[in-house]
Design a binder for this molecule. Structure first.
Ligand SMILES: Nc1ncnc2c1ncn2[C@@H]1O[C@H](COP(=O)(O)OP(=O)(O)OP(=O)(O)O)[C@@H](O)[C@H]1O
Ligand SMILES: [Mg+2]
Length: 232
């Protein structure tokens, strides 16, 4: 069973009197533990595809199956629970909660899931921060962290619930080249160590070297590689 099966997905945005076709006949399959880079220019539909894959946005047409669950017909409430349990998100502009420290930003995930931020959850948050090289920064506020450190906290938050799929939207575009490469290496090693699948959106071809497979998107249409399954 694939982690993600998107089939013939179409997304049309209505903007005033005009329809914008952001995705057309998009078919993409991602296998367990596979890292897929989604490469394309600005406006090509990358964020739209990621949002649909993660249940943040519903497609106009087509089906989306995540971990064997067809989420196409889920209502908003079902989607919220589904996302929390199955998918991790890391965005371009890190949206950490500014008045919570690094550890507390991870514990938010536990609390959203009905947890009480108990000892086990705290240990898990600390363990993840240690693993990401941030153990010594656990009590720091986001404003006291560098861009790369903040992005690492966001990765820890995305991994907190052990998702089988993590969606990254331009995770390094706000970072300089060197720090960006370090963050990509960290993403790669964390995903491989956990056998977690990822889609990493980028418009930077250099970032595709960290992926098992690269899928290109132009004007809402995926290149042929979207149809291939992983060779691993
Ligand atoms: N909410 C919306 N309403 C109307 N049009 C939208 C909306 N969101 C995106 N679009 C349009 O859909 C197309 C695809 O947008 P999308 O954000 O998916 O592109 P992208 O590849 O992520 O671009 P970027 O690299 O700039 O982030 C663009 O033409 C965009 O203007
Ligand atoms: Mg985008």
């Amino acid at each position: 069973m694939s982690v993600l099966e998107m089939t013939d997905v179409r997304k049309v945005y209505r903007s005033g009197d005009i329809d914008i076709v952001a995705l057309d006949h998009a078919t993409l399959q991602v296998e367990h533990g596979e890292i897929v880079a989604l490469l394309g220019p600005s406006g090509s539909g990358k964020t739209t595809l990621l949002s649909i894959a993660g249940g943040l946005l519903t497609p106009t047409e087509g089906t989306v199956v995540v971990n064997g669950n067809d989420i196409t017909d889920h209502d908003a409430k079902e989607l919220t629970g589904f996302r929390r349990e199955n998918i991790g998100f890391v965005f371009q502009s890190v949206n950490l909660v500014p008045f919570l420290n690094a550890e507390e930003n991870l514990l938010v995930v536990d609390e959203l899931g009905g947890g009480k931020g108990d000892k086990a959850a705290k240990a898990r948050a600390r363990g993840l921060l240690d693993e990401l090289g941030l153990g010594h920064r656990a009590k720091n506020m986001p404003a006291q962290l560098s861009g790369g450190e903040r992005q690492r906290v966001a990765i820890g938050r995305a991994l907190f619930n052990n998702p089988k799929l993590v969606l990254f939207d331009e995770p390094t575009s706000a970072l300089d080249t060197k720090i960006g490469a370090q963050v990509m290496e960290l993403i790669h090693s964390e995903m491989k160590a956990r056998d977690t699948a990822a889609i990493i959106v980028t418009h930077d071809r250099r970032m595709t070297e960290y992926a098992d497979r690269t899928v290109e998107i132009v004007d809402g249409r995926l290149g042929a590689a979207g149809l291939q399954t992983a060779a691993h």
